[in-house]
Each structure stands twice: as structure tokens, then as C-alpha cells.
Design a protein around this ligand. Structure first.
Ligand SMILES: [Zn+2]
Length: 390
């Protein structure tokens, strides 16, 4: 037992040294990646710093919502750490493979801290294999029920090739409470979240969350001038606040989707409350505009199993995104938004997430439209994009 604790302390110390090394490198290394996820929770970002050739292969879309992120780390040696804060309970799984190239073990650790920097969950993996051998790993830690804010850190240290190809956080639902509202149930969730659409046609969907907003008219003017149809995911509360604007958006031919009533984190509300958030917003949008949304995007792209059941039973298609511009992040500039929206990740079938309250996104859009049109892309609504699926 003592030996175990001692070892843990040594590893902690090593990680600390590793972390400070990474910080030093962070200041000079131009390869440092700081990606935003496609939500705007302010907690969806993470940093990756380190030595070696490190590439984040995909946007960590929904990193904190049960989807994966691909971090490919290559080098001899590779040293680095990634960290991300999130605020709910659930399971965290890290998996991938390690290739040992010398007789020094390859080490990977996954740590979760609470808001007081106390470790609440921890995995250490060390691989010592015959050089040249692959070791597949997959480990899960459980975030305790009573944890509030959580920080997740992944530390990699290797003498060879390590590939973490899935880092997944699966949120847990709150226990059921007695409720006055009957929530429909489904036997099995058969719907899937759409992140992008497989299509041969050069189509892209621009999507805007959280409206209708005071800035929406300026977006509408731009879209009218450019003859573009976009998709707006609305908060029911904002539709109640700005009904005339909601009507204008629909009148001008844009698609509207449901983005909940008040933008909660769905793992922090009861099943009945979750149901209310969805159906109340459907009703408000219908009554205000005459249109019944068929699409839903969860706030913070945070889907729980129960939310998926609710969406299936109400006939709503969950929509994610494949490109996020992180216009919610204070460090994000207009130039960065342009770069993120027009990077190689933007392909036929891409769904781009922005917010129509962002002046930066508004300023970035004319350039984004021009660049993507030059590449032959056309802008369509999400439903049009889905209809073009091959
Ligand atoms: Zn939102």
C-alpha cells in the first residue's frame, strides 16, 4: 500500500515537471494548438502543449459530451499534456495504442481534478514491451457523483510512438424525480447525431445558435445581399423576447431549429425539465412563426442518453457541427474565425457553427463566403444538406 502511494507521488512529481516543461515549450513552440470545440460553453476549449510532432487530428467537437477527439502524438521522445475543464459527472475513457521503440516504458496518465485541484480520478498506464510491439490500451475513470467542477489532464511521455485516438467523456443523467409531466419513453435510441453530411456536392451549412439576437438583423441583411440561406438554432426564451425578428428570419427563407428554452446543461436538469425545455420551445416557435422545427442542437453540444430519447420521441433530429469557430472565446479574433471556417476541415457536407450574437463572426462572414465560394461551395440549410446525402 505504502509503496503504491510512494509511486503515485513520484509520478505526480514527474508530471509536474513534465507540465512545467510543457509550459516552457508553450511559450516558444509555434505548433501549440489551442482549439475550440463547436459549442460556446466557455469550458469547451483545451490546450495541448508538448514536444515532438503533435497534431490534433480532429476538432474536439463534443469532447465533453460523449464524442471523441483524436490526438496524434509522434516523436522520440514525445512529451506533452492536454487539459480541459468541464463541469459535470460521468465517465472518462482514454484509448489508443502505444508503440515502444526502446526498453524505456511508455507512460500515459489521465487525471481528473476537482475545483480545489484535488485528484478525484486517476489512471496511470505504463507499457514495457518488446521494442517494435504495439500495445492497445483503453481505460475508464469515473467522475464521482459529488464532484462539481472537474479538470481533466492527459499527460503523455514516451520513448516512441503513442497515439491516443479516443478521449471520451460520457455524462451521466441526474436520477429521476417524481414529476407531474409524463415524459414519453422509447425502447431503444435509434437516431444519431449529425455532425456533417456525406455528400459529393459542394454544399456547406452555416448555422447560428442562441438567437434570435439583437444582431440577427445585420446577419439577415448580409444573407439577403449574398443570397444565402442559413440555419438558426433558437432559444425559446429569445423567440418570446423577439417575436417579430423570429418572423422575419422565417419569412426570409432561413431554416430554424430548436436549441432549448433557456440553454441549460442537459445533464444538470431532471428528465421532466429536459422534456419541458424541448417541447415548450417547439410550441413557442410554432406559435410565433407557424413553422415546426425538425432539428435540435443541444446547448454546449451536450447530449445525454435521456435527451436522445426525448428527441427521438418528439421526432427531432440532433445536429452537431464539424467545424466550430469558437466565436464565443474572448481570444478569438476575426482572422481566426476566417481561418477556422475555411481550413481543410471544411469539406463538402460540413456544418459550421457560429453565433449570431457575435460581432466578430459578422465581420468574418464576408471573407468566409468569398473564400468558400471561390472554392466552388454553395451555402444551404441543414435540411437541404441532409437531403443531399449520398
Ligand atoms: Zn448555444
Amino acid at each position: 500500500m505504502n509503496k503504491h502511494i510512494e509511486l503515485k507521488n513520484i509520478v505526480s512529481l514527474l508530471l509536474l515537471i513534465l507540465a512545467s516543461t510543457a509550459t516552457l515549450i508553450a511559450q516558444s513552440d509555434p505548433n501549440i494548438l489551442r482549439y475550440g470545440s463547436c459549442d460556446h460553453g466557455g469550458k469547451g476549449w483545451y490546450t495541448w502543449t508538448g514536444s515532438g510532432s503533435i497534431k490534433v487530428e480532429s476538432d474536439p467537437v463534443g469532447l465533453h459530451s460523449g464524442k471523441g477527439v483524436k490526438i496524434i502524438a509522434e516523436g522520440n521522445p514525445i512529451k506533452g499534456s492536454a487539459s480541459m475543464p468541464f463541469s459535470y459527472r460521468g465517465e472518462v475513457t482514454v484509448s489508443g495504442y502505444a508503440l515502444t521503440t526502446t526498453d524505456t516504458p511508455t507512460k500515459i496518465s489521465l487525471q481528473c481534478f476537482d475545483s480545489n485541484s484535488e485528484t478525484i480520478a486517476w489512471i496511470d498506464l505504463a507499457f514495457l514491451k518488446t521494442p517494435g510491439e504495439n500495445t492497445r490500451f483503453s481505460k475508464t475513470v469515473l467522475i464521482p457523483e459529488n464532484a462539481s467542477k472537474t479538470n481533466l489532464a492527459v499527460n503523455l511521455s514516451s520513448t516512441g510512438y503513442v497515439r491516443v485516438d479516443d478521449l471520451k467523456i460520457t455524462p451521466t443523467d441526474l436520477p429521476d424525480e417524481p414529476s407531474s409531466i409524463e415524459v414519453p419513453t422509447v425502447d431503444e435510441v435509434t437516431i444519431n447525431r449529425i455532425k456533417s453530411v456525406e455528400t459529393d456536392r459542394p454544399l456547406i451549412a452555416l448555422t447560428f445558435d442562441d438567437g434570435p439576437n439583437d444582431l440577427s438583423p445585420q446577419y439577415l441583411d448580409l444573407f439577403a445581399q449574398e443570397n444565402i440561406k442559413a440555419t438558426f438554432f433558437w432559444k425559446g426564451r429569445n423567440v418570446e423576447k423577439r417575436p417579430e425578428l423570429a418572423k422575419r428570419i422565417v419569412r426570409e427563407g432561413h431554416e430554424v431549429g430548436n436549441h432549448s428554452y433557456s440553454h441549460p446543461r442537459f445533464n444538470q436538469i431532471s428528465h421532466a425539465e429536459a422534456y419541458r425545455q424541448v417541447i415548450d420551445t417547439q410550441e413557442i416557435i410554432e406559435e410565433t412563426t407557424g413553422v415546426t422545427p425538425t432539428l435540435f442542437r443541444a446547448p454546449y453540444i451536450l447530449y445525454t442518453p435521456k435527451l436522445m430519447e426525448i428527441l427521438q420521441s418528439t421526432g427531432l433530429q440532433p445536429i452537431d457541427c464539424s467545424v466550430g469557430v469558437s466565436d464565443w472565446h474572448s481570444d478569438t479574433t476575426v482572422q481566426l474565425i476566417i481561418e477556422r471556417a475555411t481550413s481543410d476541415k471544411t469539406q463538402p457536407g460540413t456544418i459550421i457553427l457560429m453565433h449570431d450574437w457575435s460581432t466578430k463572426s459578422l465581420d468574418a462572414l464576408p471573407a468566409i463566403i468569398e473564400i468558400l465560394r471561390d472554392r466552388g461551395y454553395q451555402f444551404v440549410t441543414v435540411s437541404e444538406l441532409i437531403a443531399a446525402r449520398k
